[in-house]
Design a protein around this ligand. Structure first.
Ligand code: SAM
Ligand code: SF4
Length: 333
C-alpha cells in the first residue's frame, strides 16, 4: 500500500480502526445516551445490510483498516448478528473484531458470537447495585445483564471487560465495588467519563466524575495506583496497578484529559454515514454510493476524504463547543 492510500489525516494520525454501528435501536434507555421515550429510530430500509457493511469493510482493508468494533444502539438487537461477525471475520486483512454491548441479550448470543469469530467483548455496566443500574438505564434488566456476563465467561471470552460510565452525584459509591470485582475476579474494569452526547442535551461539566476524582476515591481505599505503560499507544484507557500488585483498573478521561492526539478510529453509522470523530458536526453519506452506481474506488475516495478532514481534537472544554445533533446511540459509541 502506498502512503497516499492510507487513511491518514492532516495531523499524521493513521486510521486502522473502524467502528461500525449496526443499529440505533436499543433495549434499555441509559439517560446519558437516549431519550426516556418517544425515540424515533431509523427506518429499517435505511440501515446498511450485512452485504453493504461487508463491502465497506473490504474497501476499508484496502486502505489499512485491520480492526473492527461492532456497536450501536445495542448491536445484539440486530437480527442474525453472529452471521455478520462470521462474514467480517472472513474478510482478508481483518485481524481483530470486537463488540460493545449492554449484555441484556448476551445470555443467548455469547456462544454463537464466539463461534462466529468474535475475539473481544466489552460489556457496558455502570453500576453493580441494581437500583443504581435502574436509575441509569431506566429499565429493570440487571439480572439479564448478569446472566449475559456469566454466559460470556462460559463461552470463553477472557478477560471479561466491563466499561462503566461514571456520573458525579450518582455512581461514586460504585467505584470501590467495581475495583473489588477487578481485584478478585478475571474482570477488567474501565471507568469512562460522561461525554456531551446525550439525547436530552442535559450534559454539564459538573456531572463529569473525572478520572482524577475516581483515582482519588480508589487511592483513598487501596493506596497509590501505579501507571501501567501502554502497550497500544492509541488505546483510550490509562491503566493502573494497585499498590499491592493485585489487579488493575482503567480510566478513560475523554473529557478531562482528551486523547485525540493518538486517535486511530473512525466510524460508520448504521445508516451509512462516515464520521471521523464522535464529536464531528459533519459526516460523509456513503449510502448513495453503495446503493446507486458508486464503485469501490468512489467509496475509498470518500473514506480518504473523510479521514483527511478530521480536526485536531474535540472542543468539549472550550466555550465554542457545539454538541453534535446525533446522540451517542445514533452515532455508535
Ligand atoms: N449499547 C451498547 C452498549 O451500551 O455497550 C453499545 C453502544 S453504546 C452507545 C457504547 C458505549 O458508549 C457504552 O459503553 C456506553 O456506556 C457509552 N456511552 C454512551 N453514551 C455516553 C456518554 N454520553 N458519555 C460516555 N459514554 C457514553
Ligand atoms: Fe443503549 Fe448502549 Fe445507549 Fe445504553 S449506552 S442506551 S445500552 S445504546
Amino acid at each position: 500500500m502506498t502512503e497516499s492510500r492510507k487513511l491518514i489525516d492532516s495531523f499524521g494520525r493513521v486510521h486502522n480502526n473502524l467502528r461500525i454501528s449496526v443499529t440505533d435501536r436499543c433495549n434499555i434507555r441509559c439517560f446519558y445516551c437516549m431519550p426516556a421515550d418517544n425515540v424515533e429510530f431509523m427506518p429499517r430500509a435505511e440501515l446498511l445490510t450485512f452485504e453493504e457493511i461487508e463491502r465497506v469493510v473490504r474497501v476499508g482493508t484496502s486502505l489499512g483498516i485491520d480492526r473492527l468494533r461492532l456497536t450501536g444502539g445495542e448491536p445484539l438487537v440486530r437480527r442474525e448478528l453472529p452471521s455478520l461477525v462470521a462474514r467480517l471475520a472472513e474478510v482478508p486483512g481483518i485481524i481483530d473484531i470486537g463488540l460493545t454491548t449492554n449484555a441484556v441479550l448476551l445470555d443467548e448470543l455469547a456462544q454463537p458470537l464466539h463461534d462466529a469469530g468474535l475475539k473481544r467483548l466489552n460489556i457496558s455496566l455502570d453500576a453493580l447495585d441494581p437500583e443504581v443500574f435502574r436509575k441509569v438505564t431506566r429499565r429493570d434488566s440487571y439480572d439479564k445483564v448478569i446472566a449475559g456476563i456469566d454466559a460470556a465467561r462460559r463461552a470463553g471470552f477472557r478477560p471479561i471487560k466491563l466499561n462503566a460510565v461514571s456520573i458525579r452525584g450518582l455512581t461514586e459509591d460504585q467505584i470501590i465495588p467495581f475495583a473489588e470485582l477487578a481485584r478478585e475476579t478475571d474482570t477488567e474494569v474501565r471507568f469512562i467519563e460522561f461525554m456531551p452526547l446525550d439525547a436530552d442535551s442535559k450534559w454539564q461539566n459538573d456531572k463529569v466524575l473525572t478520572a482524577a476524582s475516581i483515582k482519588k476515591i480508589l487511592e483513598d481505599q487501596f493506596g497509590e495506583l501505579r501507571p501501567v505503560p501502554k502497550s497500544n499507544p492509541s488505546a483510550p484507557a490509562s491503566d493502573f496497578e494497585f499498590a499491592d500488585g493485585k489487579g488493575r483498573i482503567g480510566l478513560i478521561a475523554s473529557v478531562s484529559e482528551p486523547f485525540c492526539g493518538s486517535c486511530n478510529r473512525f466510524r460508520l453509522t448504521a445508516d451509512g454515514k462516515l464520521r471521523n470523530c464522535l464529536f464531528s458536526l459533519e459526516e460523509t453519506d456513503i449510502r448513495p454510493l453503495i446503493r446507486e452506481s458508486g464503485t469501490d474506488e468512489d467509496i475509498a475516495t470518500a473514506m480518504l476524504q473523510c479521514v483527511a478532514a478530521k480536526k485536531a481534537g474535540h472542543q468539549i472544554n472550550s466555550s465554542d463547543f457545539v454538541q453534535p445533533d446525533r446522540p451517542m446511540y445514533s452515532i455508535g459509541g
